[in-house]
Design a protein around this ligand. Structure first.
Ligand code: PLP
Length: 417
């Protein structure tokens, strides 16, 4: 579900014609639909309303301040993973007790800043980190809430880079370690161990992995209750999959229907950390065709966006639909050939789509769909390319929410010696 639709031959975002944005702001250009994003947030909220969970939007999916602000204004909390994301959360005055902080490698200064801001809790990923947070909390004479991130060793059926709750990945702790830490709580006098955190992966299209993980948590909760240890929170992370191509992911409602009975049994306060589900289909990347090229038996459509703008195809082999901003009235007579849609970056791995059937000419505009999550936030300046501008659409209004970078931005931190 999203609000990027053709009306006659032009692709619109809500009530705004995208080709006009491309010519006004230039390309590559990220465009987001406020309505799509907020409706996805509401879908999760509505599906889980019986449990009244804290929904912490996962900032890494797309960390633009205007987007964070919109979500926080609707009652979202934030899931952060770095001092930089905490800085963003502070900038939009996100209520500190709605912030949860994960990451396997929090530095001491990141921990200190988050304790000072008063985040709701840290999601702790190792015994050594627990010691570090206890040390910082002691120095600041504060008691700090933590949840232990459990690696439940479940298969999620996603790309290996998107699998985080399986043996062999760096995330979380094994069950024996989590159990031991829960039973030895007094070893960390400045910490309240208040919950268990799970995040088993991303782009998960079925409830099965969550069900298996939560069942493992239930077993653990029973064991520790036998020792007189009780918790307050269960955070089941993010990971809900979306439609990029032909996937048929469960809806938020279907997911809630499967997982809520188990969550209710725990009697714990529930936290969710969706990222992709909220932002993925709320954004597109607009780009312009620079050249069409034939080499040996292959056709290439060379565009002005590249892997530095949208890394997912190169990094994960991810599929994104690519469609024209203006449909051709008359199909050209040229024999249809499949083409790779590639960028200007000097890497053979720089592509946005492979073997696509597209009827395009130089100067045409195209949109990469499903680019709202892990699009701009994973972008870089590789090949000294300028990062794209970002536009937020509300109905027929377009707001520039990040300016296109300038050449001087590229070198602003460099020093000639
Ligand atoms: N929570 C944690 C701890 C994560 O690492 C991630 C993504 O990597 C998320 C939530 C968000 O995942 P998704 O965007 O798949 O919902």
């Amino acid at each position: 579900m999203h609000y990027f639709k053709y009306k006659r031959n032009d692709l619109y975002c809500e009530d705004t014609v995208l080709k006009n944005l491309a010519s006004r702001f230039g390309t590559p250009l990220y465009v987001y639909s406020a309505r799509t994003m907020l409706e996805h947030f509401s879908k999760i909220k509505e599906a889980f309303k019986e449990l009244d969970p804290l929904i912490c939007y996962s900032v890494k999916a797309n960390s633009n301040l205007s987007l964070l602000q919109l979500l926080v204004d609707k009652g979202a909390g934030l899931d952060i993973v770095s001092g930089g994301e905490l800085y963003r959360a502070k900038k939009i005055n996100c209520f500190s007790k709605k912030i949860v902080y994960a990451s396997v490698g929090k530095t001491e200064s990141e921990i200190r800043n988050a304790v000072k801001y008063g985040v709701l809790m840290f999601n702790v990923e190792s015994p050594a980190e627990l010691v570090r947070i206890n040390h910082v909390a002691c120095g600041l004479a504060k008691r700090v809430n933590v949840a232990l991130r459990l690696n439940p060793d479940v298969e999620v059926g996603a790309h290996s880079y998107l699998t985080t709750g399986k043996q062999g990945t760096k995330f979380g702790m094994d069950i024996a370690t989590v159990r031991r830490l829960l039973l030895q709580r007094e070893a960390h006098p400045y910490l309240n161990i208040v919950g268990i955190h799970l995040h088993v992966g991303s782009q998960i299209i079925k409830a099965g992995p969550y069900v298996r993980a939560v069942k493992k948590v239930q077993k653990l909760l029973k064991e520790i209750a036998g020792e007189g240890v009780y918790l307050e929170y269960l955070n089941i992370g993010g990971g809900l999959g979306i439609v990029y191509d032909k996937e048929k992911p469960q809806t938020a409602k279907e997911f809630a229907h499967k997982i809520m009975p188990l969550l209710k049994e725990t009697k714990l306060k529930i936290i969710l950390e969706p990222g992709r589900f909220i932002m993925g289909n709320a954004g597109v990347l607009l780009m312009k065709v620079l050249y069409i090229k034939h080499s040996y038996n292959k056709q290439f459509v060379i565009v002005d966006a590249a892997m530095n703008d949208l890394l997912r195809p190169s990094f994960y082999g991810a599929y994104h639909r690519i469609i024209p901003l203006t449909k051709r009235r008359k199909k050209s007579n040229q024999k249809k050939r499949l083409a790779d849609i590639v960028g200007p970056v000097c890497e053979s791995g720089d592509f946005l789509g492979k073997e696509r059937e597209l009827d395009v000419d130089e100067g045409d505009y195209l949109a990469v769909l499903g680019a709202g999550a892990y699009g701009f936030s994973m972008s870089s300046n590789y090949n000294s390319r300028l990062r794209a501008a970002e536009i937020l659409i509300k109905g027929n209004k377009a707001y520039l929410i990040r300016e296109r970078e300038l050449y001087q931005d590229l070198i602003s931190k460099e020093r000639l010696i």
